[in-house]
Design a protein around this ligand. Structure first.
Ligand SMILES: [Zn+2]
Length: 372
């Protein structure tokens, strides 16, 4: 999801939902009031109730940029990524924990869970065309595979039905158009037909990358190429030429432990909780400063700012991991909470912040998580 909302506007968005309060302090009365207080503020809890204006005043561009640079430094020190299960993401979680703990304002829970991590890269060369290289992308969760001098076979229609795959594709590489069904379906059909690998070419301009959705299928190794390249290969095949390729997919698929961070104000009504958050992981291909470093830093700055105030209703912050692999962290959290309808009922609203601003000079975006 893209927005052009600045992080500074985030504090304004949250309120007045946050406070549900007036600026007076019903527990202590105004400081310097009448009576025996002699002008002394009550020392039990001198914080004022939060208001939109006061909260916004504590969220500033210098702190937001410092946070973005912190995340960039973490990524740079960890191979340029903050993908879940990596050192870059674990350091991100540590920094969020330390920042929240320093406020002494929240009850903080670091929630571990295990998910399947997958990454890799692909190389495709046309052996029959002097080894010409074609730019390609793996589909997430693809198995690895290698074939040299392997003939390419055009698959009929869109490769969504097993009948589209001729017997001759066995031991060769399948060339399939994108469209109609998932990459997982095409990959599974190719495997069933005995293909050593599958190449999906785009049905629109540009490159194509995507995901098989999960790691549990019987897949042929699968990569994506552009429509222009795919149609050129198809034209050669349709002319009766033999096209041979070197197809090399290296991938890793393994379980990795990762962490959500959940922090709730110690004060406030814990039966009426406003929840806000964003995902803390990046894609494997970059540091994720826009997506979702901006949301992470924005929400974290609001959490720090909020610690200067009292709240009427409790406020919970959720920092979710493994979003880029399919909302895995937030789903894990909700499954842990859904065992109790009472707990769910306490959450009165949830506000999510994903790519709430754009740090132009730091931008590195990864491929989208499309499945067909
Ligand atoms: Zn995102």
């Amino acid at each position: 999801m893209r927005t052009t909302t600045s992080s500074l506007a985030l504090a304004a968005l949250l309120l007045p939902a946050l406070s549900g309060a007036t600026t007076t302090n019903p527990e202590h009365g105004p400081s310097g009031g009448k009576g025996k207080g002699k002008g002394k503020p009550c020392n039990n809890n001198p914080k004022p109730y939060v208001t939109s204006e006061k909260l916004q005043a504590l969220v500033n561009i210098d702190d937001l940029l410092a946070g973005a640079n912190k995340l960039q430094a973490i990524a740079t020190a960890n191979g340029g990524t903050r993908v879940f299960g990596s050192g870059g993401h674990n350091s991100t979680v540590d920094w969020i924990m330390e920042t929240l703990e320093a406020t002494n304002y929240y009850n903080i829970f670091k929630q571990p869970f295990t998910e399947v991590y997958s990454a890799g890269n692909a190389t495709l060369n046309v052996v029959s065309d002097n080894g010409r290289k074609i730019e390609s992308n793996i589909m997430t969760y693809t198995p690895g595979g290698f074939a040299d001098n392997a003939p390419l076979v055009a698959i009929a229609n869109l490769g969504c039905n097993p009948a589209d795959y001729p017997a001759s594709v066995s031991g060769k590489i399948a060339l399939i158009s994108r469209g109609e069904c998932t990459f997982a379906q095409k990959s599974t059909n190719a495997k069933t037909a005995g293909a050593l690998g599958a190449i999906v070419y785009n049905n629109a301009d540009g490159a194509v990358a995507g995901t098989l959705g999960d790691a549990f299928g019987e897949y042929a190794p699968i990569i994506g190429i552009s429509q222009v390249e795919g149609q050129a290969l198809l034209a050669s095949l349709q002319k009766g030429e033999e096209v041979k390729v070197k197809f090399d997919v290296k991938s890793v698929t393994e379980n990795r432990i990762t962490y959500n961070v959940i922090a709730e104000t110690k004060m406030g009504d814990h039966n009426n909780v406003l929840v806000l958050g964003g995902h803390t992981d990046s894609v494997a291909a970059g540091p994720g400063i826009n997506d979702d470093g901006s949301g992470t830093v924005g929400v974290l700055n609001v959490a720090v700012a909020l610690s200067k105030f009292k709240v009427k209703n409790a406020v919970r912050f959720g920092f979710w991991s493994a979003e880029e692999f399919g909302l895995l962290g937030s789903e894990f959290y909700m499954k842990s909470v859904n065992s109790s309808e009472t707990e769910v009922a306490k959450m009165r609203a949830y506000l999510n912040f994903d790519m709430v601003s754009s740090y132009q000079t730091l931008t590195v975006l990864g491929p989208p998580s499309q499945i067909y």
